[in-house]
Structures are given as structure tokens and as C-alpha cells.
Design a protein around this ligand. Structure first.
Ligand code: 5GP
Length: 187
């Protein structure tokens, strides 16, 4: 059976990926979300199994050894990975499956043969990115600095993605992504 490509969304920390993806999923019951695994500590308001599968280091490495990751990467000091079984399960239920990964993850998924279309979300400028990340209030001083420093490197990779979308207001960004999905997935 022909499998639909997955929709990979990447972008620097604080650009608004989470908000935009949540809005897309709320508007479109036909879109699914591949829940990643991470060793990062859970943030207030996050739900295990919905936002991420929050794993200990040893649980994460067990899954890695078992070959259950389509890709995995060390991002801002924590491990993140896309579970093959999660991805396949969601692909069997949804025409469009959104996968949020960092730039290394997007590259690794492509190399591993996962059929995908990719979008890189860009901030209007770096100052706005810093303000958004600060306003989110989820990071320690050290993590905030690390995430901002990594942003410049991530943005350099934007041309490796099929689409670059500037993250303006949430409704504008959502509409832009919907138009890409319509073109690429025919729905
Ligand atoms: P956060 O800790 O803010 O939720 O995510 C940090 C970074 O990890 C973001 O760039 C996000 O896209 C990336 N990320 C989330 N899940 C995965 C995954 O499964 N694989 C990879 N490679 N990166 C991920």
C-alpha cells in the first residue's frame, strides 16, 4: 500500500512550532501527531504520552538498542527520538502525520528513507525569537542561552527543507502550512 509522506516541521527553539502544531491539530482531526521520546524533564502543563514520551536515560537507550528509533539526536543537551512504531501507527490512522524534529532529525529521517515533506519555521528576526523564548518562561538562564546560541546554526540549515515559512501570527502561519499540506498531500 502506498504510504503518504510525513510532514516534518523544524525550527529554532521559541519560534512557535508547538503553538502552531497544536492549532493545526485542533483545526484538523484528519492530521495526526507523532509523539517523540525525550529524556528532557517534563515541563509544567506537559502530558506524558501526549507532548512526548518522557523517558529516563536507560529507557531511552534501551529503545535505541532495540532499533526502535527512525532517528534520534542530542538536542540542547537532551536526547530526542522518533519512534518507528509510533510513526507507523499514526501513519495507519492519519493521512497527514506531523513530526517535529530538529534539523539533525530531519536530515536523518530523509537518509533513513522515510518519505517526507519538510518545513522550516523561521522567526521574523533573532530579536523576536529571543523575546518569544523569554516570554515562554520554560528555560533556565543556561538553557535559554544554549537554545539561542544553537538557533543561528539551525537557521543556517533552512535551505535543506522543502519549504521555509516565516512564523508571523499564529493564524497566518497556520494558513501558510495548510496551503502547503493542500498542495503536497492533496487534502
Ligand atoms: P523542546 O525541548 O523545546 O520540546 O524541543 C527541543 C528541540 O528538540 C526542538 O528543536 C524539537 O524540534 C526537537 N525535537 C523534538 N522531538 C524530536 C525528535 O523526536 N527528534 C529530534 N531529532 N528532535 C526532536
Amino acid at each position: 500500500m502506498k504510504q503518504n509522506p510525513v510532514l516534518v516541521i523544524s525550527g529554532p527553539s521559541g519560534v512557535g512550532k508547538g503553538t502552531v502544531i497544536a492549532a493545526l491539530l485542533a483545526l484538523h482531526p484528519e492530521y495526526g501527531w507523532s509523539v517523540s521520546c525525550t529524556t528532557r524533564p517534563i515541563r509544567p502543563g506537559e502530558v506524558n504520552g501526549k507532548d512526548y514520551y518522557f523517558l529516563s536515560q536507560s529507557e531511552f537507550f534501551k529503545k535505541q538498542q532495540a532499533g526502535d528509533f527512525a532517528e534520534w539526536a542530542l538536542v540542547h543537551g537532551n536526547h530526542y527520538g522518533t519512534s518507528r512504531s509510533e510513526l507507523l501507527e499514526k501513519q495507519s490512522r492519519y493521512r497527514v502525520v506531523i513530526v517535529e524534529v530538529d534539523v539533525q532529525g530531519a536530515q536523518a529521517l530523509k537518509t533513513s528513507g522515510v518519505l517526507l515533506k519538510s518545513i522550516f519555521l523561521l522567526p521574523p528576526d533573532l530579536e523576536t525569537l529571543a523575546q518569544r523564548l523569554d516570554k515562554r518562561g520554560t528555560e533556565t538562564e543556561a538553557s535559554f542561552k544554549k537554545r539561542l546560541q544553537n538557533s543561528a546554526d539551525e537557521i543556517k540549515m533552512k535551505d535543506q527543507f522543502d519549504y521555509q515559512v516565516v512564523s508571523l501570527t499564529v493564524p497566518k502561519t497556520v494558513a501558510h502550512i495548510e496551503s502547503i499540506i493542500e498542495r503536497e498531500f492533496g487534502i
